[in-house]
Design a protein around this ligand. Structure first.
Ligand code: NAD
Length: 440
């Protein structure tokens, strides 16, 4: 059993800290947000993630998991420190690692015995060396430590499954002592024959960016294929299905949509592109994927405008789905933000509904109307735009929807609504690369 502290108790720190406590280790989740920590101490969670509250409760009850805003004490009490703070995007596109630097300083000042310091946050390639330098600068007692990079690949919405049953665990280290300690942390998974990949620190950092940027690239690619399908009259769903059956391609991340969002792909692709430019190795594929994604979001606005007669002025538009994907309350860089902004700017009225993310979106758009069901949100609407593929929208009655609306107009940016039903109910509709094809 290891004594472990997670610094940063957000989507990644909370899920992975809880997951590691479930392996039998003693974990402290620390955060500078007193509000977040108080919520957790009171048995609530600050985010929406299926299955997380039950897992937290089980481990808190077993005495393996606790929460604190006293980061300094948590550092002193542990043998392994995971850094899981945010690395948002800076104005110039690079990653803002100021929280990482501040944590490194805090660790350096409070080293009281040998520890392994492990970065789980997504950080620019080369950050490991910087973190080590900062710790050393403040480590006046010269206490020994090792630095490890252990990037995280979990996805919000299926984070528990991704963490407890990962495809791989990457451990970047520069000595056997620290990689052996990290192996012990992940021992329960190792027993289940999960591949642990040992690399250098810099390679581990590179793996995370290369993987995320590739997935973003795949999404932008299928979005562009969908756009061409629209012009040529092909059905992108059949195209992506057939592509995915090719073992060299795989069916995942081949669903066309309104452009990727979330807390990772937009910022990680930009950070990767900036890093490559700064190092004289411009990654043209990634630059293109970023541009294609921006264009895709604009394209969705244009599609909706086309459906509503050219503008949104004085029109009532229902937005169904606000989170960047289903099963999360995370709205960071969600395509719905671009859509709502465009409607607002054009003098339209937004009626929004998301099963979980209304509250998060209120932080950005305070003055649009929020509702507690899709039925209420669609009342008297001149058009509906489905922005997130929540299950409850898949099973929506199109007949009922038509009765609620002022005009039967629908933009399905996730291709989840049966086109046949839309036709039967005389909807004026559009989707992404599927056209009039009557499938599913
Ligand atoms: P988040 O914003 O949800 O959480 C970050 C937390 O760090 C916040 O609670 C904040 O209060 C805390 N924090 C900031 N500065 C601190 C400090 N100095 N000391 C202590 N706590 C501090 O972020 P997240 O989504 O969990 O992402 C964390 C990192 O993991 C990022 O680098 C992200 O790119 C990466 N990542 C995220 C995901 C994901 O799906 N969210 C997946 C893989 C990797």
């Amino acid at each position: 059993m290891k004594k472990i502290t997670f610094i940063g108790t957000g989507y990644v720190g909370l899920v992975s800290g809880t997951g590691i406590s479930d392996f039998g280790h003693k974990v402290i989740c620390a955060d500078i947000s007193k509000e977040k920590i108080q919520l957790l101490k009171n048995g609530h969670i600050p985010i929406y993630e299926p299955g997380l509250i039950e897992l937290i409760k089980r481990n808190v009850d077993a005495g393996r998991l606790s929460f604190t805003s006293n980061v300094q004490k948590a550092i002193e009490q542990s043998d392994i420190i995971f850094i899981a703070v945010g690395t948002p995007q800076r104005e110039d596109g690079a990653a803002d690692i100021s929280a990482i630097e501040s944590v490194a300083e805090n660790i350096g000042k409070n080293l009281n015995k040998y520890k392994v310091i492990c970065t789980k946050s997504t950080v620019p390639v080369g950050t490991g060396a910087l973190v080590k330098n900062i710790i050393n600068k403040h480590n006046h007692k010269n206490i020994s430590f090792d630095y490890v990079s252990n990037p995280e690949f979990l996805r919000e919405g299926s984070a528990i499954k991704d963490f407890l049953w990962p495809d791989r665990i990457v451990i970047g280290s520069d000595n056997k002592r620290s990689s052996d300690i990290m192996k012990e942390v992940y021992d329960p998974l190792y027993i289940n024959d999960k591949p642990i990949l040992n690399t250098s620190i810099i390679t581990a950092e590179m793996i995370k960016y290369a993987a995320n940027a590739f997935l973003a690239l795949k999404i932008s690619y299928i979005n562009e294929v969908a756009n061409l399908c629209e012009v040529l009259g092909a059905n992108v769903q059949d195209v992506s299905k057939a592509m995915g059956q090719d073992g060299r391609i795989s069916p995942k991340f081949l669903h066309p949509g309104p452009g990727y969002g979330g807390s990772c792909f937009p910022k990680d692709t930009r950070a990767f592109a900036t890093l490559s430019r700064e190092n004289g190795q411009k990654m043209q594929t990634i630059e293109a994927a970023i541009k294609a994604n921006q264009y895709q979001k604009i394209r969705m606005v244009k599609k909706l405008k086309n459906l509503t007669g050219g503008d949104f002025s004085q029109k009532t538009i229902s937005i169904l789905g606000l989170s960047f994907k289903p099963n999360t309350d995370d709205i960071r860089d969600s395509a719905s933000i671009d859509m709502i902004s465009a409607i607002n700017d054009d003098g339209g009225f937004v009626r929004a509904y998301d099963p979980i993310a209304n509250k998060s979106m209120k932080g950005i758009f305070e003055h649009i109307k929020y509702f507690e069901s899709w039925e209420e949100a669609c009342k008297d609407a001149d058009a509906v735009a489905i922005m997130t593929e929540w299950n409850e929208f898949r099973s929506m009655s199109i007949k009922k929807l038509k009765l609620l609306m002022n005009k039967p107009v629908l933009l399905d940016t996730r291709n989840i609504i049966n086109v046949k039903k839309l036709k039967e109910n005389d909807f004026n509709y559009d989707n992404v690369g599927r056209g009039d094809n009557d499938d599913n």
